[in-house]
Design a protein around this ligand. Structure first.
Ligand SMILES: CC(C)(COP(=O)(O)OP(=O)(O)OC[C@H]1O[C@@H](n2cnc3c(N)ncnc32)[C@H](O)[C@@H]1OP(=O)(O)O)[C@@H](O)C(=O)NCCC(=O)NCCS
Length: 177
């Protein structure tokens, strides 16, 4: 059974060609988001997020739902300060990689950021080239305010962090709409 803590995550099978819709997450999506993130966390590509974290932060999350009702992607936009938000929890179902869904999710989060009036977003990531393809640049940790390390204390990789900070500044004309 999928819920046993030591068994590897087995995600639901999805159809690669199924149509997809981007929408804000709902509470009923939390299990699917949890397993999708945990699938990649077990491969060392992202941090696992607890159910508690997901429920508390559900309003940050977007999901891609396919026409069969399966959640095939997720992302969160977490506002940290008046001029900065973090893109977190970005994950695409393994069967649906390389179809532009990751880009769609990040652009959705960026649109929300611009609508809120944020001038920039950043992410901690091991997928630097993916973010570069979307117009992000690598930045130094020191260039970001200490707020961005808010979650580091609880991170199992605190002593040995490999994640790289990437940032995207929106051009003034691209703010709302
Ligand atoms: C990273 C991830 C979200 C990308 O999603 P995806 O749907 O496969 O990516 P897309 O198809 O939208 O790709 C968008 C662009 O990025 C490029 N790209 C995607 N993954 C890439 C990678 N790992 N390295 C370099 N470029 C990459 C694509 O070629 C594409 O560029 P193009 O439009 O110029 O052809 C997905 O691979 C994933 O879920 N990875 C595991 C979890 C993870 O690492 N999450 C990131 C945590 S910050």
């Amino acid at each position: 059974m999928r819920g046993l803590s030591l068994s590897p995550v087995v995600l639901p099978e999805v159809r690669r060609e199924a149509g997809v819709e981007l929408r804000k997450a709902r509470l009923e999506d939390v299990d699917a988001i949890y397993w999708l993130i945990r699938y990649w966390a077990e491969k060392g590509l992202m941090l696992v997020r607890s159910h508690s974290h997901l429920y508390e932060n559900i309003r940050d999350f977007w999901v891609l739902e396919d026409e069969d009702g399966q959640i095939v992607g997720t992302v969160a936009l977490h506002v940290l300060w008046r001029d900065l938000a973090e893109i977190r929890g970005l994950a695409v179902h393994p069967t649906r990689q390389g179809q532009g869904l990751g880009r769609w999710l990040v652009l959705g989060a960026e649109r929300e950021a611009r609508d809120l009036g944020l001038p920039r977003v950043f992410a901690w990531t091991l997928q630097v080239n993916f973010f570069r393809a979307l117009g992000y640049r690598v930045t130094s940790r020191e260039a970001l305010p200490p707020k961005v390390w808010s979650e580091c204390n609880a991170c199992p990789f605190y002593e040995n962090c490999r994640e790289i900070a990437v940032i995207k500044e929106f051009s003034p004309g691209a703010f709302r709409g």
